[in-house]
Design a binder for this molecule. Structure first.
Ligand code: FES
Length: 340
């Protein structure tokens, strides 16, 4: 039996390797060209330490000089002593350049579908070529897509779960911009798009608390991948609330797909929020912070994931700070609409 393990780093890169049953994590990493820093290999020096973000594992020996009881409670671990018992993800607080001998990760995909899914949003689906068939990523991460015929690249979160032979991206269509112009005017089935992946430290961690997911605009993309993975696993054992804020009802997209998660993820609730005052809309209005439940978040320690434009992310951060919710773990990703 082998397990799939993701190693993510402070520079936002993620490397993957397969780990055999009962194999030490450090050995598996080295075998795959991921030269994690190490020294003693005996659980004493802590040079190889990281933190488990998701999955099950055991450790053979951990000297209390290397990791304290508090460290262990935070799922800090020593790679030279760790054996994984499931697929897992680990974080290391240094740049991947320190240990990445696996070569550049540039793939190619062929456009298999392009569709306008709201007034200002398109979905582009890429079929992976043979090399990219080996592409691994964590739901929530992103790829840098090269716009055909230009030397320009733009970053987009994966809008589907990993493991298939195609990738989906939600593309916001700006009035003008390199990717917007390409998708609106020239994108055709059969176009080849090179891309670099996987990138980013915004991804779904081990779920052991209620989840509040907050999407602004095409920030929804990252959550579609996370939710698709949870659905494939029959849920996550915790309540999941998805808040999705856009300006007008016409800006909402993938609503049927999101609503279908209610039948696939026990405890899933979807709360779309419309900000334009004059919009014809029966549901929640205003900004997402107007609808977050401070009492619920204070009663049960929760994980809050936010993905959207910088002002929205800042407003959620400010709100959480003002509510004084120390037990909330916040993960966020800001993206700017760099229209150029
Ligand atoms: S290399 Fe020293 S604790 Fe792992």
């Amino acid at each position: 039996m082998t397990y799939k393990v993701a190693f993510s780093f402070a520079d936002g890169k993620t490397l993957f390797c397969n780990v055999n049953n009962n194999e030490l994590l450090l050995d598996a990493a080295l075998r795959s060209g991921i030269t994690l820093p190490m020294d003693c290999r005996e659980g004493v020096c802590a040079t190889c330490q990281g933190q488990c973000e998701s999955g099950q594992y055991t450790q053979d020996y951990v000297d209390d000089e290397a990791l304290s009881a508090a460290d262990l409670a935070q799922r800090k671990m020593l790679s030279c002593q760790t054996r994984v018992k499931s697929d897992a993800a680990f974080y290391f607080d240094f740049d991947s350049s320190l240990c990445d001998n696996t070569g550049p990760k540039v793939f190619q995909g062929t456009v298999s579908h392009v569709e306008r899914v709201s007034e200002g949003t398109a979905i582009v689906r890429l079929a992976l070529d043979e090399a990219a068939g080996a592409l691994d990523y964590l739901p929530g991460q992103y790829a840098r897509l090269q716009i055909p015929g230009t030397g320009v690249s733009r970053s987009y979160s994966f809008a589907n779960a990993p493991g298939g032979h195609s990738l989906e991206f939600l593309i916001r269509l700006l009035p003008s911009g390199a990717m917007s112009d390409y998708v609106r005017d020239r994108c055709q089935v059969g176009d080849v798009i090179p891309f670099e992946a996987p990138l980013g430290t915004f991804y779904l961690r081990h779920v052991d608390r209620p989840l509040t997911l907050v999407a602004g605009g095409t920030g929804l993309s990252a959550f579609l991948g996370m939710l698709e993975q949870m659905a494939a696993q029959g849920g996550c054992g915790q309540p999941v609330h998805l808040y999705y804020g856009v300006r007008t009802p016409q800006d909402l997209c993938e609503v049927a797909r999101i609503e279908a998660f209610s039948g696939q993820i026990p405890g899933f609730q979807f709360i779309p929020v419309i900000s334009e005052r004059e919009a014809v809309w029966e549901g929640h209005r205003g900004y997402i912070v107007d609808h977050l439940d401070a009492r619920a978040l204070s009663e049960v320690p929760s994980d809050v994931y936010v993905c959207g434009p910088p002002p929205m992310v800042e407003s959620i951060k400010d709100w959480l700070q003002a509510q004084a919710l120390p037990a909330v773990r916040l993960y966020f990703e800001k993206f700017a609409d760099s229209g150029a």
